[in-house]
Design a binder for this molecule. Structure first.
Ligand SMILES: Cc1ncc(C[n+]2csc(CCOP(=O)(O)OP(=O)(O)O)c2C)c(N)n1
Length: 404
């Protein structure tokens, strides 16, 4: 958009008293479930193998009722990193869904009959693709009729709030067969055990963050950071909120968004996890940290370019891959830190990062984690293979011991 303005460029300095709109989101409907709808829904869910898919939500309160309902039904919850449910270490939360849903594994007795969806579109493209192939029923809880269902798999759309729905269903539903929940919990336990032991440079960052951070607001950049957080940031009782600019999934404006978060989060414990390209893209946003004395720690994963593209087939086309996709900038993060008056640290080991995250934040701090794109791709592939094996072993164990 290019809006030419005519001189004189003197603004109207008279104060404007119009109140700012409190919220830009549409009002939440207060619809209640009719008795008929509730009984139909109960019949679809009670005693069934239900899988709850908790997508992005604004606050912890939005999906609070979902936990109680899940416990009543013994239903596992695929907890998107932006669902705000990973703030508590609940034993029904599932994080290892990408490995289970990428089509390489037969779910067997872990296969759900029904998917009950809350929140917006999940980060995981694998989960969306799986939903497209899922032959059971998909119910979407969409109070404002505003959630785009990118999977086009919804059969029933409920226009009640999660709170109203969960409260109404809670006394009605009976639990799923015990074995169903047990398998999911065994899968998740094995997954988490492997994730805790990750040594790979980039993949271990969310593991360390989920271990170390408490009462923090965490902003995550698009590209590999949000994927790694989805896969490897484990639920814990640290009460950390996680945010990301989803939608167009741009790598633009991420530094500024994180600083905006830090300005209103109400905590000095603000973090941004970001790749080098996204960081340099919005570098000058850092000015605002100085101007507003913001407390924020930025972890820059510096693999000198777009690490995500090394996972795509074009990585094999050596002649044009680097100038078109890899796009290394060869810029120095330490010099950028100096320019904006940030405290600079370089974390080359897991211990380095752990100890930097132990320090209490006092202002703008930039922690550079050097990485290598090729090595990162190999490490992720090895990790994915190992995690598939772990999950397959658990399922095989359950299938051969039917008495489990
Ligand atoms: C504004 C914008 N431009 C381009 C893209 C395409 N894009 C997606 S991921 C990516 C690479 C990001 O690199 P980096 O931030 O260093 O993260 P990494 O891939 O290394 O994890 C690019 C350019 C985008 N998403 N948004």
């Amino acid at each position: 958009m290019n809006l030419p303005l005519r001189k004189p460029l003197m603004p109207d300095l008279a104060p404007v008293n119009e109140p700012h709109p409190k919220t830009l989101t549409a009002p939440v409907t207060q619809a209640v479930l009719t008795a008929a709808a509730l009984s139909q829904l109960t019949a679809r869910l009670s005693g069934k193998r239900v899988l709850i898919l908790a997508g992005p939500a604004e606050s912890k309160d939005e999906l609070a009722g979902v936990l109680a309902l899940a416990h009543k039904g013994r239903w596992p919850i695929l907890a998107d990193p932006l669902s705000q449910l990973r703030q508590t270490d609940d034993d029904l939360l599932i994080t290892g869904s990408d490995i289970l849903f990428d089509g390489a594994i037969t779910l067997g007795d872990a296969q759900p009959d029904v998917v009950l969806r809350f929140g917006a579109t999940p980060v995981s493209a694998t989960v969306i693709q799986w939903l497209q192939t899922f032959t059971g029923q998909v119910i979407l809880v969409d109070p404002n009729q505003a959630l785009a269902d990118h999977s086009l798999s919804t059969q029933i759309q409920l226009t009640v709030t999660p709170a109203i729905l969960c409260q109404a269903l809670l006394p009605q539903v009976l639990p799923a067969p015990a074995r169903y929940c047990q398998i999911w919990q065994a899968l998740e336990a094995a997954y988490r055990q492997s994730v805790r032991a990750i040594q790979a440079t980039e993949a271990r960052i969310p593991v360390i963050m989920s271990n170390k951070l408490q009462d923090s607001a965490i902003f995550v950049s698009n590209s590999m950071p949000i994927r790694d957080v989805d896969h490897f940031y484990l639920p814990n009782n640290g009460h950390n909120r996680i945010y990301c600019n989803r939608g167009a999934n741009g790598i633009d404006g991420v530094v500024s968004s994180a600083l905006g978060m830090a300005a209103v989060s109400g905590t000095p414990n603000n973090y941004l996890l970001i790749g080098d390209l996204a960081f340099f893209h919005d570098m000058n946003g850092l000015m605002m940290a100085k101007r507003h004395a913001l407390k924020v720690t930025i972890i820059v994963v510096n693999n000198n370019g777009g690490g995500i593209f090394s996972f795509l087939p074009q990585a094999a086309a050596k002649d044009y891959f680097e100038p078109l996709f890899g796009t290394p900038q060869d810029l120095d993060v330490a010099t950028v830190s100096k320019l904006y008056g940030a405290q600079y640290e370089r974390a080359t080991t897991a211990e380095d990062l752990q100890s930097y995250l132990n320090e209490t934040p006092t202002g703008l701090r930039i922690i550079e984690v050097p990485s290598d794109r090729e090595e990162n791709t190999q490490q992720h592939r090895q990790l994915s293979d190992a995690l598939h094996k772990v999950m397959e072993d658990v399922l095989e164990n359950y299938n051969t011991n039917k008495s489990n």
